[in-house]
Design a protein around this ligand. Structure first.
Ligand code: TSJ
Length: 647
């Protein structure tokens, strides 16, 4: 790696190089195999691939600053102040190492030796994939007092790696333009998506400075992330952002390295006064959305340690039952970050860590450190125990309430809600239920529907704020019970999707503040208590028009302000415009025509972005908490982010 690069003519690359090009051609043929998708997600993934390499350099101890810039034309630049990708000629290929990194598949981090390479699964497939999927890419390396540059187009070398000047510092600078031939949906970068991921990486790698700058508009937007507290700062950030009160002042922070130095674990945790559990786990900085052995070990140790402690100090008497895992995790926010060699990511989405030794490693470490912590901090121990005990009592109460409801519905065989106007079909391939707020809108919907397959359930009464409620309160709520009874599935542990009576569950609410409130409440209810309903794509939002524009005998409907303007421009002067304030203003025929007729209506399907389960959860809480501030919701509709649903 010591030799300075020599320059090459194209002919000199020879057979090896041709093979290289074939390798990258495979990436261009099937990009989805390498970056997951060619949609917005894949587009953003390109940036993560490059940044991951700079973070590896930081983890190796040679870099503490990473800049990411979005430039006009959606060109991305990533710069670090590390050692610079090696430029020396590699014996095996006869190419500079940096050229190998960008032109040979899976070459990332395999040279140099001894490096703590932490890549796995779909991720870390490397710079060559980004290169293959870029219209062009340029790399600049500063090392040994010299600045080198090389340019590629669609993965092909167009200039040799050449010295272009002197350099005072060392580092790597990569600039690329995603190829619109590959990313046919969109090449538009979203600041917030990159921001979320870069902030997360800054939390996971304490002390690294990450800067994100958007230079696409005159008003440059910039954010800097650096958290000396690492994962503890992450827990604090989540609590502050959600406006949650914490139950003890200190954030518990534990870390350990395995005896063989091959793996590390770091945990931060704190309890808050909500009823939600939020455990976010990572392996090698990759979010493990479906948990895995590290999470299992954490949960096992937590339950055991708290029960042991409670028995030892008489908080639990001999006759008392043990606290369950759910009891001890109510109101818990925890970040688990492990690093290990050869991480195995399992499951359909590769979101679960599979390495078995991790379970015992995390369990042992937490058992040891948490026990000691509780012994030394009795006030915190007491606060945590009280929370778990309240949860246990609530669980018992909910169980009783549920049994009561089951008995009740068994007795009243006609347990369907009185106001439900059911449909004739029982084939869930075609059945739909419209959940409608208010009697007048309900009346229009009943009049306008196709009764063969469309059922209408009007809601009335006071809605329960489910974000603040436990299970036992849901069961005696007069607004939610009809929904539960009508859908047929049960809720929470009793939920059974096989019993669902309608294939589409459509929330139809006004386009005003009250409407968005009811929409949010219902979505939150489904999210908390019937999550598979959302996950399996059964929940929809009806889209009633905002305006009716009439001229002479013809009328047109507009669903957005832009559409309204376009219609007006098209039909010219002499029109009348009506703004719909509520569904109740439409007569049954109009409602059918504009909102309910499957042939002509517009509907949005509600989807959770699985990868972001944590932030989806977070978003719902932010929406429903006392402090209603950020009005953003990460609901994916038709594979597109709808970031401002006006909820
Ligand atoms: F993705 C990438 F390859 F394009 C890329 C790599 C992008 C960015 C912004 C930075 C990097 C990168 C790679 N920064 N630092 C490094 N370091 C090395 O590649 C390196 C340097 C020296 C040695 C050594 O053993 O001397 C080993 C390595 C892996």
């Amino acid at each position: 790696m010591d030799t300075l690069p020599t320059t090459h003519t194209d002919a000199e690359y020879g057979a090896e190089q041709i093979q290289v090009l074939e390798g990258l051609e495979a990436v261009r043929k099937r990009p989805g195999m390498y970056i997951g998708s060619t949609g917005s997600r894949g587009l953003h993934h390109l940036v993560y691939e490059i940044v991951d390499n700079a973070i590896d350099e930081a983890l190796a101890g040679y870099c503490d600053k990473i800049d990411v810039v979005i430039r006009p034309g959606n060109i991305i630049s990533v710069t670090d102040n590390g050692r610079g990708i090696p430029v020396g000629i590699q014996e095996k290929t006869g190419l500079p190492a940096v050229t190998v990194v960008f032109t040979i598949l899976h070459a990332g981090g395999k040279f140099g030796g001894g490096g703590y390479k932490v890549s796995g699964g779909l991720h870390g497939v490397g710079a060559s994939v980004v290169n293959a999927l870029s219209e062009w890419l340029e790399v600049e390396v500063c090392s040994g007092g010299v600045k080198y540059r090389q340019r590629y187009e669609r993965g092909n070398i167009v200039t040799d790696l050449l010295p272009v000047g002197l350099a005072e510092h060392t580092g790597t600078h990569v600039t690329f333009k995603p190829d619109a031939e590959i990313f046919t949906d969109t090449t538009e970068y979203e600041f917030d998506i990159l921001a979320q991921r870069l902030r997360e990486q800054a939390f996971l790698n304490a002390g690294i400075h990450i800067e994100l700058r958007d230079e696409r508009t005159d008003e440059v937007r910039q954010e800097n992330y650096c958290y000396e507290g690492g994962v503890s700062s992450y827990v604090d950030y989540i609590h502050k952002k959600r406006g949650l009160e914490v139950l003890h002042p200190d954030i518990l922070h534990f870390a350990a390295e395995a005896a063989d130095h091959d793996s590390t674990v770091e945990i931060a945790m704190q309890y808050n006064d909500s009823y939600n559990e939020l455990i976010i786990s990572f392996a090698n900085n990759i979010h493990t959305t479906d948990g895995g052995t590290h999470e299992d070990g954490f949960k096992r140790a937590l339950t055991r340690v708290l029960n042991d402690y409670a028995r030892k100090y008489g908080f639990l008497k001999e006759a008392d039952k043990n606290l369950t895992g759910e009891d001890v995790r109510e109101g818990l926010t925890a970040i688990i970050s492990v690093k290990l060699k050869e991480a195995q990511f399992e499951g359909q989405t590769k979101g679960r860590l599979g390495n078995t030794p991790m379970r015992t490693f995390v369990d042992k470490m937490l058992t040891d450190k948490l026990s000691t912590y509780l012994e030394e901090n009795p006030a915190t121990a007491r606060a945590i125990f009280d929370k778990a005990l309240t949860a246990a009592k609530a669980r018992e109460a909910a169980k009783k309430a549920r049994e009561l409801v089951q008995r009740k519905s068994a007795m009243e065989s006609a347990s369907l809600p009185g106001k439900l106007a059911d449909c004739q079909s029982r084939n869930i391939e075609e059945t739909e239920i419209y959940i409608v707020e208010g009697d007048s809108a309900g009346g229009s919907a009943k009049g306008g529907r196709d009764r063969r397959f469309q059922a209408i359930l009007p809601l009335w009464g006071k809605m329960l704020n489910v974000e603040k409620a436990r299970l036992d309160r849901v069961y005696d709520n007069d607004k939610l019970m009809p929904v539960i009874a009508a859908l047929g599935t049960g809720i929470a542990e009793d939920f059974n999707i096989e019993k669902l009576l309608y294939g589409k569950v459509i929330i139809m609410a006004d386009a005003d503040v009250d409407g968005s409130h009811i929409r949010t409440l219902l979505l939150t209810f489904f999210f908390r208590f019937m999550r598979p309903l959302i996950e399996e794509g059964h929940v929809y939002l009806a889209q009633p028009p905002l305006y009716k524009i009439s001229k002479g005998r013809t009328s047109k409907y507009a669903y957005t302000d832009e559409e309204r303007d376009a219609i007006i421009a098209e039909i010219g002067s002499g029109y009348a415009i009506q703004r719909y304030k509520g569904l109740g203003e439409m007569n049954p025929d109009q409602l059918w025509e504009t909102t309910m007729n499957p042939e002509t209506r517009l509907m949005k399907r509600v989807e959770l972005v699985k990868e972001d389960l944590a932030s989806a959860d977070e978003t719902f809480t932010v929406l429903m908490g006392d402090k209603v501030e950020p009005r953003r919701i990460f609901i994916e509709t038709n594979a597109k982010y709808v970031s401002d649903l006006d909820i």
